[in-house]
Ligand binder design. Sequence first.
Ligand SMILES: NC(=O)c1ccc[n+]([C@@H]2O[C@H](COP(=O)([O-])OP(=O)(O)OC[C@H]3O[C@@H](n4cnc5c(N)ncnc54)[C@H](O)[C@@H]3O)[C@@H](O)[C@H]2O)c1
Length: 441
Amino acid sequence: MAVIAMKCPEYKVTVVDVNASRIDAWQTDDLPIYEPGLLEVVKAARGRNLFFSTDIKAAIRESEIIFVSVNTPTKTFGEGAGKAADLQYWEKVAREILQESTASKVVIEKSTLPVRTASTMESILNANSRGIHFEVVSNPEFLAEGTAVKDLLEPDRVLIGAQQTEAGDAACREVVDIYAHWVPRGRILTTNVWSSELSKLVANAFLAQRISSINSISALCERTDASVAEVARVIGADSRLGARFLNASVGFGGSCFKKDILNLVYICESYGLNEVARYWESVLQMNDYQETRFVRAMVRGMFNTIVGKRIALFGFAFKADTGDTRETPALYISRMLLEERARLVITDPKALGNAKADLADALDRVELVEDPYEAAAGAHAVAVVTEWALYRELDWGKIYDSMEKPAFVFDGRNILEHRRLFDMGFNVYPIGMPAMKHFSI
Ligand SMILES: NC(=O)c1ccc[n+]([C@@H]2O[C@H](COP(=O)([O-])OP(=O)(O)OC[C@H]3O[C@@H](n4cnc5c(N)ncnc54)[C@H](O)[C@@H]3O)[C@@H](O)[C@H]2O)c1
């Protein structure tokens, strides 16, 4: 919304949320989320045509176009628990829009929603006897956290799905007009509503599948003399495959991939497409395997016991350049290491606040420190879990000197210079490449 406000000065954009502390924070320079470049965008429009408020009712009444971007987490109860999307927040908003509106509006699904949600929402919204018409348009968001501003300013594509009726076409044009302020027309794709809803789920499923595919190969590389980095370079040179998203790692996290695949699996199951459901489910299974495998390699590498050993986790965010820790592999890894009775010290430039909340029940066994050197001092092992660029730039000689010996590095993101660390004295365990050890067991 901040980017829309910045690029479309003649539109008045009001962001509303039930969470008052988030709305307060949006009005300061200490934004509620960390995203490179976002503060500048917000500042360019805030107070001009970008406003933040908790008065949801007034914003509904005043607006002609409403983007609904509420959370759509995985359902944790009842039918479809653990898989289906929980649509209670979305439906609540739809009912509020219905109640407060005094004129017809375009309602945009910005949240990621299961296929056919728009028609459900239209049924709710158009169940009024006041002659008000609501046109529901799907406009899924493809930004990635950490590069959100760049992705919004230069999107590969914007997707708008509308009903193929006169009113649907008109609503679609209204949404196209917004994005056309800065996105070339050729990158604004229009489809029917269901294709649009499904495309968002499928895009995330394909991205996650690519990570699981390379991660599955990383396991094989570790058993052979192959290097997953070399395999990725070779297959990525094939223009049909492309080079991006081929980094083997501890696995994917974030609030979207897992939830959207579970949702896709649930939808396939509900149409009786069990083979299709199992196929996509395996992408998640491979991700769990990769996280577990990483911890197993740590325990095995450190002589089959890590009881009482101090282990420094470098990074807790689910990826670099964000403070978001939802579904972060770091949390699963932390829990498994604690299960093995290790002592954890976690460092992260942006995610320590969230880490503290995520591990609230284990803070007697977990230290959270800002400084990576302090985190590593006295540790038996450092495990790189998030690919923050700063970890590559550290003085690893200084880190080595401060650690218990033998010292271990488990590079869960393959961002370090493995040979150099090995030559310093570290025992180095990359992902998808044979370990480099100074002893033979
Ligand atoms: N985070 C991403 O990178 C990303 C990318 C693409 C799509 N999405 C999708 O966007 C949606 C939102 O994701 P998010 O990460 O921003 O979630 P979030 O939980 O961070 O934000 C959702 C916000 O909606 C507010 N909210 C809930 N009910 C409300 C109501 N009735 N009225 C007003 N506000 C209400 C919450 O207080 C919260 O601040 C999800 O469907 C997600 O799948 C997210």
